[in-house]
Design a protein around this ligand. Sequence first.
Ligand SMILES: NC(=O)c1ccc[n+]([C@@H]2O[C@H](COP(=O)([O-])OP(=O)(O)OC[C@H]3O[C@@H](n4cnc5c(N)ncnc54)[C@H](OP(=O)(O)O)[C@@H]3O)[C@@H](O)[C@H]2O)c1
Length: 244
Amino acid sequence: MPRLEGGFDESMKVAVFGAGGGIGSALVGALSEAPNVHTVFAISRQGMNGAQCVAPVRCIEYTDDNIGALARDLPELDLVICALGLLHGEGFGPEKSRRELSLENMQRVFHVNTFLPTLIAKQMLPKMRRDSKTVFAALSARVGSISDNRLGGWYSYRASKAALNMMIRTLAIEHGRRFKQSAVIGLHPGTVDTSLSKPFQSNVAKGKLFDPDFSAARLLDVIEKVDPLDSGKIFAWDGQEIQP
Ligand SMILES: NC(=O)c1ccc[n+]([C@@H]2O[C@H](COP(=O)([O-])OP(=O)(O)OC[C@H]3O[C@@H](n4cnc5c(N)ncnc54)[C@H](OP(=O)(O)O)[C@@H]3O)[C@@H](O)[C@H]2O)c1
């Protein structure tokens, strides 16, 4: 990975949440190779694959309850990427019909896709530096676009990402008032070969299932290009803006 262009500092400090996930760990790998990245804080619930935890990567474990304490221990940051997400789990998957809706599963999905990224932003945005470009990016999904929803289904996942997009927009407005060189954005990584997409990959057209390293590189291209005027927007892996 070459240096991260686009106006970032020469000695970047970066945090990736959900660093143990398919896309999260590919982002950590790519960032750790960029010559102008000083430290990558790889933040994960259960710890990382030890082989990844060598300088400039520093692995940190966290829980839902200690994000504030974790933030206090971090230095000023140039880039924060929130790569956590949930589509299916033990005994549940995305709803095909309204008959499958349940309060428990809606809460599980919203917790990971909407509430945690918002609470991470609450604690991390004040940690961003002010004297050069900064980006806070949360992994969203194209299916969170209300205007793009023609197929229906996947109620909780879609709605949790739509709500995340609204949080991103609202956070961007407040953050931009004091952090003039900042952008707060959402990113759609494409359909990527990770555990999240595994059960649904048979429907993906040939050539449309991305390797996590490919997706991570494209997402970093987008992050390089965004500026404060882009704050609050959602971008796909190819740089195209996704309408709400
Ligand atoms: N893969 C795709 O095709 C695709 C398409 C569109 C959007 N996305 C989005 O891209 C992001 C990354 O997805 P991925 O494909 O890399 O999925 P993944 O491999 O399943 O990784 C998701 C990560 O989210 C974190 N997570 C899951 N459940 C959690 C919980 N209960 N509490 C806290 N953290 C939890 C975990 O990170 P730790 O293990 O580090 O704690 C997990 O490894 C997600 O936001 C997803 O919605 C993916």
